[in-house]
Design a protein around this ligand. Structure first.
Ligand code: FES
Ligand code: FE2
Length: 338
């Protein structure tokens, strides 16, 4: 039974306050969502997302993770990559194996614009020299992308489709997690908003899906609209109206369209990475949160962004611990593989 004090506070709390008092409901007392969470509806939304073009662009890291002091090794699909920044800040990404005898360039050192290999000192990075050629890459200010035409197998595009984000007065944070499944399983998890308050009661409550996606040529019309309250801990929460869209085959964007922080986005990018030695697929979930608000407190938080970012990343990581278990389970059920 709901605590009467909690119920009274919930009933009398001013509706226009951004923070709302949440009555303490027992977890099992929530309204079940399975009747609405139609497997075929989710599946067809996942299929439509998977058919969207990506131009062969893959998100591989947070912009902040690639600096100008050392090369960074990353893997996308089966492709070993090395990434670094030129002295003017330009991102450079290319094959991660040294053209001489294959040493990992990520272990080398940066000198001017090039990586000096650890094994025999070859300086790699000049376009075409020793047969080393960079891949097209793009830094959108929050995330780094690389275009891998062989892996993508689609018609290449000059630039990735970067989702619209708040342009100013924003804080961004990027969390990266890995799981054993395929990108479609990550997308499927995000395209089941009905699990939110059941599976993550510590983060969400009062979740109601008010619009389900329709088949449409316009990806923006192919969306979920959800009313949900984000729990801030204890009995306080922030109610918002949010949409979920898939601008590409491996990306799901949650955007707050009304309520506190309107315009803020959470972009979930699922990038395939090298499988395990026994052939199990692996995926990197690279999730960027770009938050905005006109409130004074938010402007203070922006100034303390280096302190706020770890908390934002922890919140994303906690949710994804559960969501990866969901996505891995989905992979297991549809393939029969462990
Ligand atoms: S392996 Fe890189 S210089 Fe020899
Ligand atoms: Fe979830």
């Amino acid at each position: 039974m709901t605590n009467p004090v909690s119920r009274l506070l919930s009933a009398t709390w001013p509706a226009r306050w951004p923070l709302q008092w949440l009555p303490r409901e027992p977890w099992a007392g929530q309204q079940p969502t399975y009747r609405d969470a139609s497997p075929s509806l989710i599946e067809s939304a996942v299929k439509r997302a998977g058919a969207r073009p990506s131009g062969n662009w893959f998100v591989f890291a947070a912009s902040r993770a690639i600096g100008g002091s050392r090369p960074v090794g990353v893997q996308v699909g089966n492709v070993e990559l090395v990434a670094w920044r030129l002295p003017d800040g330009t991102l450079r990404v290319g094959p991660g194996a040294c053209p001489h005898l294959g040493a990992p360039l990520a272990l080398g050192k940066l000198r001017d614009s090039q990586v000096v290999c650890r094994w025999h000192g070859m300086a790699v990075g000049e376009e075409g020299r020793f047969g080393w050629l960079s891949y097209p890459s793009h830094d959108d200010g929050v995330l780094c992308w690389v275009r891998l035409d062989q892996l993508g197998g689609e018609e290449p595009t000059d630039r990735p489709a970067v989702p619209a984000r708040p342009a100013a007065r924003r804080i961004d944070a990027v969390a990266t997690m890995t799981g054993h499944c395929e990108p479609a399983d990550i997308v499927a998890n995000r395209l089941d908003p009905w699990h939110g308050a059941w599976f993550h009661p510590y983060s969400f409550s009062d979740l109601r899906v008010v619009q389900v996606p329709q088949e449409s040529d316009d990806p923006a019309a192919d969306r979920f609209l959800v009313d949900v309250t984000f729990r801030l801990g204890g009995a306080l929460g922030v109610p918002v109206h949010a949409e979920f869209t898939c601008p590409g085959p491996r990306t799901v964007v949650m955007r707050i369209v009304e309520g506190e922080g309107a315009g803020s986005v959470v972009e979930t990018h699922a990038t395939p990475i090298a499988p395990t030695h026994d052939g199990r697929p692996r995926v990197a979930v690279i999730e960027a949160t770009v938050a905005t608000s006109g409130r004074f407190g938010f402007q203070l938080a922006r100034r303390a962004a280096p302190l706020v970012r770890p908390a934002m990343t922890r919140t994303a990581a906690r949710l994804w611990r559960d969501d990866l278990a969901y996505a891995e389970r989905r992979y297991h059920l549809r393939t029969g593989r462990p």
